[in-house]
Design a protein. Structure first.
Length: 310
């Protein structure tokens, strides 16, 4: 197609492109494949639908890089309301959010305090808060946030990305905390000096990290692992490696995005594996959507045909 992953990731930060695409009906129709809607109720309704198939969820309000403390405080209030809805519906639903959505670009200590408010409320409801990972410039601060919060809270997960060279050493330093890790491949534009560029290299590192994490689970240290991938080959390789260690099906969890590999989600759940679907909603969907397109560039053909026709 001539449109590379790098171009799509560049586009995720291009305001002109965002203005052009977000106002188009065809773009919004395309986005519906990956998110049920922009309002909280859309995420709640999708969760109820998935519950009927024994699939749990994790909800996230889209947004990042807030520019004012009041915006970050409003995000906290939104998630507190969401947690209350989760309680009312008796959902086995967790929440996930990015540090810059809670003000990391503005003040580290205030960001920590906002996370702490949400983690403590979630703990009262036996729910987990996942700290999402953003681009490489935020890794150190995000890990620092997790370390501080983990000292007093166990209902906390941290996302790590297999395309970064540093992730192997980061994981080694985190293991003494008995962490809960959400392992993903990574979806940001990173220089080749710090990140694998070939899919095979990213996949190989994902599986090396998988071996380390599964061995920790086997050892009974308290480490937990969630695998965030839609690649059937990787998923069944994870299962094979867990089976060789004698781990039961509920010793780990697969986390897939809403609308992607739906048949695989259903099949894994029917086979007895733990499956959790990440449901995103909200008005700030453009950067997130472009990163989803970068994971599967063939989807761009639809957008280009419609853009040229309008």
């Amino acid at each position: 197609m001539g449109i590379t992953r790098e171009v799509l990731l560049w586009g995720s930060r291009n305001q002109w492109l965002a203005d052009q695409l977000t106002s188009r009906d065809f773009t919004r129709r395309a986005v519906e494949r990956f998110m049920p809607g922009e309002e909280m109720n859309a995420g709640i309704d999708a969760t109820e639908s998935l519950r009927q198939n024994q699939i749990t969820t994790i909800l996230t309000l889209l947004g990042e890089n807030v520019t004012a403390a009041a915006e970050a405080d409003a995000v906290v209030q939104h998630y507190l309301q969401l947690l209350e809805r989760i309680r009312e519906m008796a959902f086995e639903t967790d929440i996930s959010l990015k540090p810059t959505q809670l003000g990391l670009d503005l003040d580290f200590e205030e960001t920590y305090g906002r996370y702490e408010t949400l983690v403590r409320r979630a703990a009262q409801l036996s729910r987990t808060v996942a700290i999402d990972m953003e681009d490489s410039s935020y890794v150190d601060q995000t890990i620092d946030l997790y370390r501080r919060l983990r000292a007093d809270n166990t209902n906390l997960a941290l996302c790590l990305q297999s395309y970064l060279y540093r992730t192997t050493s980061d994981l080694v330093t985190l293991l003494p905390l008995a962490p809960t890790i959400r392992l993903v491949k990574g979806a940001y534009k990173e220089p080749r000096q710090i990140a694998y560029r070939r899919k095979k290299d990213v996949d190989d590192n994902f599986l090396r990290l998988t071996d380390t994490l599964l061995q920790e689970v086997k050892s009974g240290t308290g480490t937990k692992v969630f695998f965030g991938t839609h690649d059937p080959r990787i998923i069944y390789e994870v299962i094979a490696r867990a089976d060789r260690l004698g781990l039961p099906k509920d010793a780990y969890e697969f986390q897939l995005l809403y609308g992607i590999q739906r048949e695989l989600q259903m099949r894994l759940a029917a086979e007895g594996y733990r499956v959790r679907v990440l449901i995103s909603y909200g008005a700030s969907w453009f950067p997130w959507y472009m990163r989803r397109l970068a994971e599967r560039p063939a989807n761009v053909l639809f957008l280009l045909r419609n853009l040229l026709a309008n």
